[in-house]
Ligand binder design. Structure first.
Ligand SMILES: Cc1ncc(COP(=O)(O)O)c(C=O)c1O
Length: 364
């Protein structure tokens, strides 16, 4: 075989940088020969999965020789009931990631544009570009989506608008009024994708209720996930809610068995585990308060978070602090420049992170 011959990738793929996930715990422990590292880097649920989901998973393993029910009918019905929608308004994905990708695959023709924030979840850019679209980055204002700027960048080529609410990595939200303004200024043939992976953590009364937009048949696709509040990130399952015509179009290109049967069953159980959700919410609120107060005590600026992570300016080279935190067995995310994103963990994990950060900031 000629080792010199490279396989050309599509020209539209050349500019794509692969998604960089948070560093896995095992990797850090193996690399540094340490134990008991903590990971506050991927906005996972520090309490783990719902017990109800685990019970169902263990029981359901004997059916693994069968293909799953492709559309996840039972789970879709339960999700529809929860949100008072019809099952044909629900689509499941192998994580909500997959539904973003399906949307780009379904609704973009070559050269079509999708508006995204200039500091937001990385997958929008990857999916849009991979499906021959053009991702147009619109600057955030004070770490928040700016409806006026977004509407102003809409052109006849715009097909999709991605709004991450609360936004990753900034943790900030777009308010009901701001979203209304944006929707009223966009043409009806533009689909607004509301990525609400962290919506269950938001407690601001101004947080928009986008399910109502779906009910009134607005051109909106709402994305939710079982990876965050429900603690099932490893199973890969999320869902989208929209008008039946939008869901039907995406179903045409959805691979037949995109969500697996254990994931469907566990998600169904987790959906009704209100105790787990309430505990997760409580620990998140307490952690959010503790970290916010600690940052203030350390004189650090941070953005008010509506999610299960906080975006903080640590006032010096973020990459160096990230590295020194790793040395202390604490994994966070370095976003850019002086900014880190830290997921809210269990109380002991939050304290360990703040202690490590305090020690680092005391030194030069
Ligand atoms: C904003 C946002 N959307 C979606 C996802 C992906 O979620 P899922 O695990 O459902 O693919 C993430 C994961 O970190 C996220 O931060």
């Amino acid at each position: 075989m000629n080792r010199e011959t490279t396989i050309a990738v599509g020209r539209h793929i050349e500019s794509i940088e692969p998604y960089k996930p948070g560093k896995p715990l095992e990797e850090l422990e193996r690399e540094r020969g340490i134990k008991n590292a903590i990971k506050l880097a991927s906005n996972e649920n520090p309490l783990g999965p719902s017990k109800k989901a685990l019970t169902v998973l263990k029981k359901g393993l004997s059916g693994l020789h069968r293909y799953p029910e492709g559309s996840g009918r039972r789970l879709r019905e339960a999700i529809a009931q929860k949100h008072k929608l019809k099952p044909e308004q629900v689509i499941l994905g192998n994580g909500s990631d997959e539904i973003m990708d399906l949307a780009a695959k379904t609704f973009l023709s070559p050269g079509d544009e999708a508006l995204i924030g200039d500091l937001t979840f990385a997958i929008y850019h990857i999916s849009v570009t991979a499906h021959h679209g053009v991702a147009v980055r619109v600057p955030l204002r004070d770490g928040r989506f700016d409806p006026e700027a977004m509407a102003a960048r809409c052109t006849p080529l715009t097909r999709l608008v991605f709004i991450c609410n609360p936004n990753n990595p900034t943790g900030t939200m777009i308010t009901r009024r701001e979203l209304d303004r944006l929707l009223s200024r966009l043409p009806q043939n533009v689909l607004v994708i509301m990525d609400e992976a962290y919506a269950e953590f938001a407690d601001d009364p101004e947080f928009p209720n986008t399910i109502e937009e779906v009910k009134r048949a607005a051109p909106v696709l709402v994305l939710r996930t079982f990876s965050k509040m429900y603690g099932l990130a490893g199973l890969r399952i999320g869902y989208g809610l929209s008008r039946p015509d939008v869901i039907e179009a995406m179903n045409r290109v959805r691979l037949p068995f995109n969500t697996n049967s254990p994931a469907q069953a566990a998600a169904l159980a987790a959906l009704s585990d209100e105790t787990h959700v309430a505990r997760s919410l409580r620990i998140n609120r307490e952690g959010r308060r503790y970290l916010s107060e600690s940052f203030t005590g350390l004189g650090l600026k941070f953005l008010p978070s509506q999610a299960n992570f906080i975006y903080v300016d640590i006032g010096r080279d973020g990459a160096a602090v990230y590295e020194r935190l790793l040395q202390k067995g604490v994994i966070v995310r370095h976003i850019e420049g002086r900014r880190l994103r830290v997921s809210i963990g269990r109380p002991a994990e939050n304290r360990r992170f703040i202690k490590a950060l305090t020690d680092i900031l005391k030194t030069k």
